[in-house]
Design a protein around this ligand. Structure first.
Ligand SMILES: C[S@@+](CC[C@H](N)C(=O)[O-])C[C@H]1O[C@@H](n2cnc3c(N)ncnc32)[C@H](O)[C@@H]1O
Ligand code: SF4
Length: 388
């Protein structure tokens, strides 16, 4: 349990989910639904989302909002007017921090100069562009709606519009991708001088086309070489790795995602969004109705929040480690206590065991995965499950 004073001290982030895309990519298991342009209920969804946000804001009353992330789906399918309405509601019903980071996720296939300049005027100050690759053969295999030229054009346009905070999403380990092709992708991303690169290894997720019809993916050794030598290309271009898949120029780490990795509080609004909020009674976890149509209906009778519960100590410890061990700089015992509400003694012995086994290292009051632990992160994280 936390005092009201301590709770107010803890900043919070807001995630807004906009769940439509022009096409479902072959690898994607996100809560995203294919639609034809202008055929999705933008106005009704925006209205219901704003009603949801206005009600839910009471949960974070008085706390400073340090970031907003509008993700999807393809949020750039929405009009700048709808994005402006959502952001002005955030400003009216919560307390936004000065220079609050406000990200919009976009797809190069839905990128138009005019619209993106208007997103910026609406308050978006960080743009995330899903390039995935700069190779047309791989983009086609992934089921993307854009080609490499369009991805580069989107990045150049974002610069021209005046965005200084630009992220590019890139994936590796793509069907039939060679090591050289992966390096060319990374180098191309670095050449665009974006401030942030998210570099994910492609995974085959249940309920995707790739799961049903698995493509030929590079083997483990090839992926290992792509990742370890790719890291060197990124570092030479002055991108520092700060999380398993995140690389940033100086002072350009993503505030929003860092909050997730530090296990800070966040309010998730929109279809299927999750929240983690510290309350007087404990740490509240909940999830909203996943299907967009059901979500819109449920907001009207206030039944859109499902699976609401207070997290147990075991869940809090596991989720804290699952997130914080991904950070290159790790965590402190104070972060553990402020984000879980538990005393450090709850986990100290387990952490010390991992230190003895060489999987966690401690320096200057910080704990982090050792080089060996980072290599076997899933295994290390599993050790924080109950009864391990
Ligand atoms: C929520 S998605 C949405 C971004 C945007 N809709 C787009 O695709 O351009 C965020 C990122 O997660 C990554 N991603 C999605 N599915 C993945 C998978 N199966 N394996 C690895 N990365 C994945 C992609 O890089 C994607 O850009
Ligand atoms: S555009 Fe993004 S969210 Fe939509 S299906 Fe593709 S990867 Fe998923």
């Amino acid at each position: 349990m936390k005092s009201a004073y301590l709770m107010r001290q803890q900043p919070v982030s807001i995630y807004i989910h906009l769940p439509w895309c022009l096409h479902k990519c072959a690898y994607c298991d996100f809560n995203s639904h294919a639609t034809a342009p202008n055929q999705f209920p933008e106005h009704l969804y925006t209205k219901q989302l704003i009603a949801d946000l206005t009600q839910a804001a009471t949960l974070i009353d008085g706390r400073e909002v340090r970031s907003i992330f509008i993700g999807g789906g393809t949020p750039s399918l929405f009009s700048p007017e709808s994005i402006a309405k959502i952001l002005s509601t955030c400003a009216n019903v919560t307390q936004l921090k000065d220079r609050c980071e406000i990200t919009l996720e976009t797809n190069p296939g839905t990128f138009e100069y005019q619209k993106f300049a208007e997103f910026r005027s609406a308050g978006i100050n960080r743009i995330s562009i899903g390039a995935q690759s700069f190779n047309d053969k791989h983009l086609t295999a992934l089921g993307r709606i854009h080609n490499a030229d369009e991805a580069i054009h989107a990045l150049q346009t974002a610069h021209k519009i005046g965005f200084q905070n630009i992220n590019v999403d890139l994936m590796f380990g793509l069907p039939s991708q060679s090591i050289e092709e992966a390096f060319t992708d990374i180098q191309t991303a670095c050449n665009q001088e974006v401030s942030h690169i998210s570099y994910y290894q492609l995974t085959l997720e249940p309920n995707t086309i790739f799961h049903r019809f698995p493509p030929q993916l590079p083997n483990e050794d090839t992926n290992w070489e792509i990742q370890s030598n790719g890291l060197k290309i990124l570092e030479r271009a002055e991108y520092q790795r700060y999380e398993v898949s995140a690389y940033a120029q100086e002072h350009a780490q993503c505030v929003h995602n860092t909050n997730y990795w530090q296990y800070g509080d966040y309010l998730g609004i929109g279809a299927g969004a999750h929240s983690k909020i510290t309350t007087h009674d404990g740490i509240l976890r909940n999830q909203r109705t996943r299907q967009p149509d059901s979500y819109m209906q449920a907001v009207s009778n206030q039944s859109h929040v499902l699976q609401q519960h207070l997290a147990t100590s075991d869940q809090l410890i596991f989720e804290f480690m699952l997130n914080n061990l991904r950070l290159v700089d790790g965590f402190t015992s104070d972060t553990f206590s402020t984000t879980t509400g538990l005393p450090w003694s709850h986990v100290e012995q387990q952490v010390n065991t991992q230190i003895e086994q060489g999987l966690i290292e401690q320096a200057h009051h910080r704990y982090r995965a050792s080089a060996h632990g980072y290599q076997y992160l899933d295994e290390l994280t599993q050790r924080f499950l109950p009864n391990q």
